[in-house]
Design a protein around this ligand. Sequence first.
Ligand code: NAD
Length: 507
Amino acid sequence: MAQAVDPHLELKTLALWIGGKAVAATSARLGDVTNPATGKVIRRVPMADSTDIAAAVRAARAAYPAWRATPPVRRARVLQKFLALLRTNATDIARVVSEEHGKTVPDAVASLERGIEVVEFACGIPHLLKGEHSENVATGVDAYTLRQPLGVCAGITPFNFPEMVPLWMFPLAIACGNTFILKPSEKDPSAPMKLAELFALAGLPAGVFSVVHGDKEAVDGILNHPDIAAVSFVGSTPIAKYVYETGARTGKRVQALGGAKNHAIVLPDADLEFTANALVGAGYGSAGERCMAISAVVAVGAIADPLVERLRAKAEAIKVGPGDVDGVEMGPLVTGQHRDKVRGYIDSGEREGATLVTDGRTCRVPGCEDGFFVGATLFDRVTPQMTIYKDEIFGPVLAVVRVETLDEAIDLINANPYANGTAIFTRSGGAARRFQNEIQVGMIGINTPIPVPTAFYSFGGWKSSLFGDLHVYGTDGVKFYTRTKAITARWLDADTAGPSMQMPTLG
Ligand code: NAD
């Protein structure tokens, strides 16, 4: 009788990146990496255990003293070479992202570019690390601060931006003089390996940057390792909260960015065509798998009917297909499980009484029958009580909520537990100014649908969208990956007057 053949036997298993090279994991546990456009398993990923994490930490600890002592301007030169390599390899990286994530290649190129902007920012590290200095705070006494690295830092990142979100973290952490261990999403782990290879080619010393793949076991290995000083996390809210609490309990500095439910208010005076285009891009781009995707449109007053009509026409015109095919505008969802979850939300919207204007469940892509596709879906007359309004769907589902006034729209957004990003579309400067002042959300767009701050600001939401104090990248990133030391110095060239037993004062 013929032997059953393991269909995955020939598939390549990814390595970890430790000590400046690709190494096999100690853990024998493997996961599947799937091409979401075809539904086929394309490679396997090792699920690191605490032994693998310990090996990465050992390499990072060994590399730390020399890297910390490397002058910031020399660290910046390595980053500049890395930056150039990222640009020349952008299309290759984007293709791998598209293959494992599903998003279109142009979208992957653009997301990579947003990550590269953080590398550009990190190249300015000599300037960013400047401390403060006050001469003569007391007679003959100077005071100043130093900004010093923390040691070994770690990053844990989500599937939806396998290149951009890691780039939010490790270039800046490393520029600050830390060493860094990245645990990317196990769903699309190949792009981070390419980043590690390019950084090594740029001249980064071995051990300064490592990549360990895996799931909860690897994350717990990081959270419980006593020699990791800080953890940056980006992912869903329940895991963000878990990472924040567990990391804090084990004495680490943690920033943990969570999920989102981003609203766009459309006022009656908004430019209808411009707004509809912006909402379709922000709602359905990357199949809605963006933490800054718009998922709730708050239509104020009479604009609702014409807005819904334009959104419907544009949503139905979106070209869905594999992300690497020219002209395709929206790819599949990341896994079959996620596709089923998103379809389940569309079922629940119908069941709970929302008006289903365009139904993505019927989407079929010829030649990709096993792919994880859901078409652009539009609901109208959604209420805050409905599940499709309350939950982060993370798929191509746009929900229109109708209200009568700007006050009602602001109250609705402020009542939401998530507070990542939001936008307003209007021609009224007064309304926009009121909105930016009163809205309880971390990142605001005015006639801008996905207000991801540029690299020299910082990215982060409020409420359940962020646990911790400091946002990622930008000046907050520099603060997160360093700690300040305050020095008070007196250099004597005269006799002292003997001991003083009272608290030193200025003057
Ligand atoms: P996720 O929370 O499932 O996974 C994120 C990371 O945590 C991954 O590396 C994963 O391996 C790990 N992980 C998963 N389950 C774990 C567990 N039980 N214990 C410990 N670690 C675990 O998120 P995802 O599905 O990869 O990404 C989508 C989510 O990320 C969405 O909620 C999205 O809004 C959010 N996100 C937020 C931002 C932001 O900046 N706020 C940016 C991108 C994505």
